[in-house]
Design a protein around this ligand. Structure first.
Ligand code: COA
Length: 385
């Protein structure tokens, strides 16, 4: 039985920052951000948005009443959770109007956990082929003002329906996971911004990619020529370029050129929203499928990485109806409003964060379909907009 991704949708905030402007405000050469890091714009998060509102917005796009009835489980993968106990999936389930008879859970392992969610969903569908699983990767990548990581912030969610006979990507059996106890990026319970050793994290990422790919090739005997594309977790687009270069070197043959072109297509969306943490790999997949030379029957390799650290390399075969079941990325990106650096800094400081007080936000400037209206008695308040 084929099992995999049946449909995908993406949501981000309705505001963005031009990174050339940020570079000027930080006294940095703009080329460092746009070429050296490979980012052009970044999603800006107003206090009325969080991982729950973004997750619900992405999932709502792919739900028809019939699809909603088939969902048995909602998995929300995030590393920017809003509660240390209650699963964000419960709020999302309520905002989407799903049946009470669904299973809801939240998964965490830095930027990796959506891949665990996808694999767990495969297991659920294998046991219960009539069921579908809604997997949502949702995050706000927040490093702090004036930090080296600031340029690699971002926000958004990717929602995926996992089913039998999937219409986008049938996931293949062989995958390779690798876990090592490494302190390259983490966020203690008392912190709203991550602690990161940025340079170390990039080298660990590359080592992890080479290790899982080598093992995958030992297990399957598949050369790189067997792949239509290699897709990467993209904390910033240069990271994918570095990882691909680590295995291609200076090769100029047809395979190498195809994989480089596919990478460029997969980076298109990330350049405009920044790091999605758990969702970045899956946004790269959507971006490639909408901008690249993707063909039905083609084998795609996906590298998932989460600091801490865990990596996984897995593959899938593109299905004939993939194009119709990837909801377009451009409306979410085109409808955004550009904000100044001053406005971005104001919104950054207005996030609810660790504030225990009652708060009521003004939501009239937020055009997203779901909003966080504030906090009452330590409870976050959400509603459709
Ligand atoms: N024009 C073009 N490129 C320039 C430039 C300019 N004027 N100035 C610098 N660059 C290049 C550098 O050569 C470097 O390229 P390289 O990595 O290919 O060598 C790149 O821009 C970044 O510059 P660098 O000084 O090394 O960056 P930094 O100290 O500001 O830190 C990160 C960059 C990514 C480490 C930092 O943003 C970070 O910590 N991010 C969060 C962690 C993260 O995303 N980790 C990824 C793994 S999960």
């Amino acid at each position: 039985m084929k099992i995999g991704i049946d449909k995908m949708a993406f949501a981000t905030t309705d505001k963005y920052l031009d990174l050339r402007e940020l570079a000027r405000a930080r006294n940095v050469d703009p080329d460092k951000y746009t070429i050296g890091i490979g980012q052009d714009q970044q999603a800006v998060v107003p206090p009325t948005q969080d991982i729950v509102t973004l997750a619900a917005a992405a999932a709502q796009k792919l739900l028809t009443p019939a699809a909603a009835r088939r969902i048995s489980t909602v998995i929300v993968a995030t590393e920017s959770g809003i509660d240390n106990s209650k699963a964000a999936a419960i709020y999302v389930k309520r905002l989407l109007g799903l049946s009470d008879f669904v299973r809801t859970v939240e998964l965490k392992e830095a930027c990796y956990s959506a891949t665990a969610g996808l694999q767990f969903a495969r297991g659920i569908v294998a046991l219960n082929p009539q069921e579908e699983v809604l997997v949502i990767a949702t995050d706000i990548a927040r490093y702090g003002l004036n930090t080296p990581g600031e340029v690699t912030q971002g926000a958004g969610a990717v929602a995926m329906l996992v089913s039998r006979d999937p219409r986008v990507l049938a996931i293949e059996e062989t995958s390779v996971s690798l876990t090592k106890d490494i302190m390259d990026f983490w966020r203690p319970l008392y912190a709203t911004e991550a602690l990161v050793d940025g340079k170390y994290s990039t080298s660990v990422y590359i080592d992890c990619f080479k290790e899982v790919l080598t093992r995958y090739q030992q297990l399957t005997g598949r050369p790189l020529a067997d792949f239509g594309a290699l897709l990467f977790h993209l904390p910033f687009t240069k990271m994918g370029k570095k990882a691909l270069a680590a295995v291609l070197g200076d090769r100029t043959d047809g395979t190498a050129e195809r994989l480089r072109q596919a990478l460029t297509a997969s980076q298109w969306a990330c350049r405009q929203v920044g790091n999605l943490y758990t969702g970045s790999l899956y946004l790269a997949l959507m971006s490639y499928l909408q901008n690249g030379d993707a063909h039905r029957g083609s084998r795609l390799g996906l590298f998932s990485y989460g600091s801490g650290a865990e990596g996984e390399f897995f593959t899938g075969i593109l299905q004939p109806q993939f194009a119709e079941n990837i909801l377009p990325l451009t409306p979410a990106l085109r409808q955004r409003q550009r904000v100044s650096v001053t406005e971005y800094e104001r919104l950054f400081d207005e996030q609810l964060g660790m504030n225990p007080a009652d708060v009521a936000f003004t939501t009239e400037n937020d055009a997203c379909p779901f909003v966080l209206t504030g906090q009452q008695d330590h409870q976050r308040q959400y509603r459709a907009n």
